[in-house]
Design a protein around this ligand. Structure first.
Ligand code: MN
Length: 755
């Protein structure tokens, strides 16, 4: 215990020395105060390893000192877990260390709160905090990366499930982020540590085989190195040659990507030639290519065309002294520094070019407001996210997986709304508020009027236009992707339909009451609720409107003395002599001899009665539109099922064109006395406004049709097409209904379905 404290104390002393070594003006007192405060606040807290907690912030600070970062960053690193894990507050930090360090530590606390695996609903808010943190000061991210690196280095002390989660998160988010920030060594170390945790078997095998390879290649590296140096000396180029073995993870990735074995991998060893001036890079290239044959397709000049993260270098592969492929990177010291330290290197170089005349009271700030090269890309990333230029790229590269299945959009007031991928403005509206969703009639995306089914993209600003008279169309249910929107639409529709049916029911009852010289009163209905087995007057009206409760029953219940009106004197049943069941009683079925007659010219003369089959073959009407007396019809036999009656115009019949044996000639065998109803389907396109459905239902009801079902089929902003299942007496009756509908101003077209 004592020894660990002593060790920690020693490290603090070392840390200050290291910072002073690259920045003589660093505020030593600040660093010491930050250290003492952090140590006091963390008190007896322990790391999972059993070390005193302070060892962690101290190591994080040491990593950042290696990056030669400013004293405010180092102090923030020492303090980075105080707000999150101790009783310290933002105000405390502000008071003791100033607002700059206060805001850095606060930014780190916010990122720490980013709970990456749970509670999706909170992610939007957290994600924004992360963005703000990135935007306000890149040092927050540098400390965060150092923090994560140290946690990865000490991961073996953490319990296994948590270990795996942290490693995955590092692999998916932090390592790519380090890479994007241009810090290759950090990325590589993070990847390697994650790989070791996530795939220990593969890691173990690779380490072992690399050892074997190293022994068998003994001397090769030195040989290549001296051959290179010798050639460069001959050409009078001052250069440093560095060799390095690739990390197991980058080897693994390459093996996976190229589907090759370790032995086939040529570039386990890499060589780097570091020179003073950019011009020297090309001189080195010339020398190397003159001496050794280059491998085609491997040459890349990132000096004339730097990578997006400012990486500059020449890459080439040559066939080396032992006829082995040798991978070379050629770059200047500065380029090397940028490649390894990225953003941090820019800070370093900026400082050295500015000279050492830094005003001691004025803190160096890496805030992104500065228009330096170093932050341009980071700024751009933030812009991409906020402006929706190409946000996928950011998400792809940093693989913020948890955000991947979501889109983040803004309200005009800047509120961030997280939605499932594929969400529409309708989903957005419901996410803002159910009332906004229900009254939504249109939208503007990034200031432009757009269709409501537009798929939203990251960073879209969405303005919802509303109207109080709006009822969400049922078809929206199929457009939306969020559960909240879907259930709200369903609810609103049920309610709207109920209201419409209620109105219709009231209308029907009013007329029915009129007919017997009574006037409709709510109180009358209330009185007879128990007799009708209904709970409320609304229920009664809806049931009547739906056709579930005949108005005659209501009249009967209300005025038992009034004789029940006779059913309309339309037609009286005349049973077929042969005693058909159900629907078939009205149809005379006749066989058509296979191969004779045809579908369009069915005269029935060549048909024969199908005696003997009647009792065993059930007869039904097609589900595709049905058939009514007056329609020319045909029967289709389906083994095991029976006979299905189609109107001759049905498009579904084409499916049986090549099976003449299944066709049966049938004809209607009914007369005027028939009161049976027959199924028909019509397609009605009506204006998309409240009350349209009620008018349609009313028209059909008034003409004596029975509605069985209404299905919304297609919808545009102005029109809804619905498929209505109804029952009518015959074709004349159906045509009356169709004409009645066509006469309605809210109806634009009516036709029979499946024609
Ligand atoms: Mn930490």
């Amino acid at each position: 215990m004592l020894t660990s404290w002593v060790r920690a104390m020693m490290r603090q002393y070392e840390l200050v020395e290291r910072v002073k070594a690259y920045d003589p003006h660093a505020d030593e007192a600040l660093l010491n105060r930050a250290y003492v405060y952090a140590m006091q606040m963390h008190g007896q807290q322990k790391r999972a390893s059993g070390d005193p907690y302070i060892s962690h912030p101290l190591e994080v600070a040491a990593i950042l000192a290696d990056l030669k970062l400013d004293d405010a960053t180092i102090a923030s690193a020492l303090l980075h877990d105080t707000i999150e894990d101790t009783s310290a507050t933002r105000a405390d930090i502000d008071k003791l260390f100033g607002e700059e360090i206060g805001s850095l530590v606060d930014g780190l606390t916010k990122i720490a709160k980013l709970d990456l695996v749970t509670r999706k609903a909170e992610q939007a808010e957290n994600f924004r905090k992360l963005l703000i943190a990135i935007t306000s000061d890149v040092r927050v991210l540098l400390v965060k990366l150092a923090d994560r690196l140290h946690n990865m280095r000490t991961l073996e002390h953490v319990r296994p499930e948590k270990r795996k989660r942290i490693a995955e998160e590092t692999m998916d988010i932090y390592a790519p982020l380090a890479g994007r920030m241009g810090m290759q060594w950090l990325r590589e170390e993070m990847e390697d540590l994650s790989f070791r945790t996530l795939n220990p078997e593969a890691y173990g095998i690779l380490v072992k085989r690399l050892g074997t390879l190293r022994r068998s290649n003994k001397g090769l590296i030195g040989e290549i190195k001296s051959a290179l140096k010798e050639e460069l000396t001959k050409s009078k180029i001052k250069a440093e040659v560095i060799s390095r073995e690739k990390k197991p993870y980058s080897i693994w990735r390459k093996m996976e990507r190229k589907q090759i074995s370790l032995e086939q991998l040529s570039d386990i060893y890499g060589f780097r030639v570091i020179v003073k001036k950019p011009g020297d890079c090309y001189a080195v290239l010339g020398t190397v290519h003159t001496r050794w044959r280059m491998v085609p397709g491997r040459f890349k000049d990132y000096i004339s065309t730097p990578k997006q993260n400012d990486y500059q270098s020449i890459h080439t592969t040559v066939v080396g002294p032992r006829h082995q492929r040798v991978e070379l990177q050629i770059r200047t010291e500065r380029m090397d520094s940028v490649a390894e330290y990225g953003i941090a290197a820019h800070a370093l170089y900026k400082d050295s070019t500015n000279g050492n005349g830094r005003d001691h009271g004025q803190k160096k700030s890496l805030a992104l407001t500065e228009e330096s090269n170093a932050y341009r890309w980071l700024r751009r990333l933030v812009d991409m996210l906020l402006e929706g230029d190409n946000p996928e790229e950011f998400l792809e590269h940093t693989k913020l997986e948890l955000f991947h299945d979501q889109v983040f959009c803004f309200t005009p007031k800047g509120l961030l709304i997280a939605l499932a991928q594929g969400a529409t403005p309708i989903d957005f509206a419901y996410a803002v508020h159910t009332d906004v969703g229900n009254s939504c009639v249109g939208c503007k995306i990034n200031g432009r009027t757009m269709p409501l089914m537009t798929e939203l993209k990251n960073g879209d600003e969405v303005e919802i236009l509303t109207s109080k008279s709006q009822v969400p169309p049922a078809a929206w249910e199929r457009i939306v992707v969020t559960g909240k929107a879907r259930s709200a639409i369903r609810r609103a529709n049920k309610e709207a339909l109920r209201v419409q049916y209620g109105k219709l029911g009231r209308e029907i009852l009013t007329r029915a009451f009129d007919r017997v010289g009574k006037s409709y009163r709510k109180s009358t209905i209330e009185r007879i609720l128990p007799r009708l087995s209904q709970n409320t007057v609304d229920d009664v009206l809806t049931a009547v409107g739906r056709g579930e409760l005949p108005s005659a029953d209501v009249l009967q219940a209300a005025f038992p003395d009034i004789p029940r009106p006779e059913p309309p004197k339309r037609r009286v049943v005349k049973r077929n002599d042969e005693g058909w069941f159900g629907l078939s009683k009205a149809i005379g079925l006749k066989f058509r001899m296979p191969g004779t007659g045809n579908r369009k010219g069915n005269k029935g003369s060549e048909g024969i009665p199908i005696k003997g089959l009647r009792s065993s073959l059930p007869v039904k009407f097609t589900e595709h539109g049905g058939a009514v007396p007056g329609d020319r019809i045909v029967g289709i036999m389906t083994p095991g099922e029976g006979i299905t009656i189609y109107p001759i115009h049905s498009e579904a019949l084409s499916a049986f064109d090549d099976q003449p044996e299944r066709w049966i000639d049938v004809r209607w065998d009914i007369d005027e006395s028939n009161t049976d109803r027959f199924p028909a389907q019509i397609l009605v396109t009506g204006i998309n406004e409240p009350g349209t459905l009620a008018q349609i239902a009313q028209t059909i009801g008034e003409s004596g049709g029975n509605i069985h079902n209404v299905k919304m089929q297609h919808e545009t902003e102005d029109y809804t097409t619905m498929l209505i299942d109804l029952e009518v007496w015959d074709l004349t009756h159906l045509n009356e209904i169709i004409s009645g509908l066509r006469a309605r101003s809210v109806v634009s077209t009516v036709k029979r379905a499946h024609e």
